[in-house]
Ligand binder design. Structure first.
Ligand code: AMP
Length: 310
């Protein structure tokens, strides 16, 4: 197996200006693994409760996602998150977080999971992220996501986890909050000093930026006229990005740049409908079409300007 994800598998209740869902499949590991499954084999480490049904499991099975490391606690309930988005769809307002089975979760990755080449530490308590990271000793590349909830409530532990990863993937508000710097370039430098060689900052409808030893690379978001539900966009981006990387033998800056585009392409589909609905029925043709559009949208020729006639 090439790509392992640990993260939340959840029920989400979401309200946006365009609609509302009281209970739908969500969670960082769910969105991530669905997106990554278009590029590589994915295995999920996580926990669900007895309320997690066959129809939810079927969403994973239909994409050949390995759920043998997804623990089921019969005496508990699945993680639950309730959020609201106003017209600024870049900002999620958390109304309720119920950790439920995540409160006592002890990740126990199988031997197969421990042999993964790539690892994504999705948004969960940072001690759990670090435990998983340490159990996959031979991983070639480990990436990390987090959120304001953990930056506030578990800062020390989070900083330790940031110290043992290669790539960090967070949004602009989180980069500012974590570093205490308003300027994004300064914020990026501070976060990179904490450990990760590469920092990827998601900027919602404004795209994404990558800071690494190779320099600075930034892309716009795919231009969409209708965005219904941004929940999971960040994890879907990370899933496309790491899934693409995991499909390669070696990774250089050019691969990383293309991976950013595939991440954005996947996120663009995710936000078009509620929850996992759109990504679950996506085709490779649709993915490649948006990839080509990205190329056209951002390409320009290098023709140095010379003023003539004077
Ligand atoms: P994002 O990709 O950042 O939009 O992440 C959305 C997902 O994160 C939702 O499907 C939620 O179930 C999940 N989530 C929200 N809060 C937390 C939390 N504190 N810990 C783990 N997962 C969370």
């Amino acid at each position: 197996m090439s790509l392992l994800v640990v993260g939340s598998v959840a029920f989400d209740a979401v309200e946006t200006p365009f609609g509302k869902r009281e209970r739908m499949l969500g969670g960082s590991a769910t969105h991530f693994s669905l997106a990554a499954s278009f590029f590589t084999d994915v295995r999920v480490v996580g926990v669900v409760g007895s309320d997690f049904g066959e129809s939810e499991m079927e969403v994973f099975r239909a994409r050949n996602i390995d759920t043998s490391d997804l623990e089921r606690v019969e005496s508990g309930k699945t993680f639950f998150w309730r959020g609201r988005y106003d017209f600024d769809l870049n900002t999620a307002h958390t109304l309720d977080t119920q950790l439920n089975v995540f409160a006592d979760f002890q990740p126990k990755p199988s031997d197969a999971a421990k042999g993964s080449r790539f690892v994504f530490l999705g948004n969960i308590q940072p001690d759990l992220q670090r435990e998983v990271r340490e159990s996959v000793r031979g991983a070639e590349l480990v990436a990390l996501d987090t959120m304001n909830y953990w930056i506030e409530s578990a800062r020390e532990s989070l900083i330790k986890t940031i110290g043992v990863v290669d790539v960090m993937i967070i949004n602009d508000a989180e980069a500012r909050q974590l570093s205490g710097e308003a300027n994004l370039h300064r914020a990026a430098a501070k976060v990179r000093e904490m450990g990760p060689k590469t920092l990827i900052i998601k900027r919602g409808e404004y795209g994404a930026a990558m800071f690494s030893d190779a320099g600075y690379f930034a892309i716009p978001a795919y231009p969409l006229e209708s965005v219904f539900d941004p929940t999971g966009a960040g994890d879907t981006f990370a899933g496309g990005l790491l899934g693409y990387l995991a499909s390669h033998e070696t990774i250089d800056d050019a691969t990383m740049r293309r991976a950013m585009i595939f991440g954005s392409v996947m996120a663009s589909f995710n936000v078009e409908e509620f929850g996992t609905e759109r990504v679950a029925r996506l085709t490779h043709e649709e993915i490649n079409e948006r990839f080509r559009t990205f190329k056209r949208m951002t390409h320009f020729d290098e023709i140095p300007f010379e003023r003539t006639g004077r």
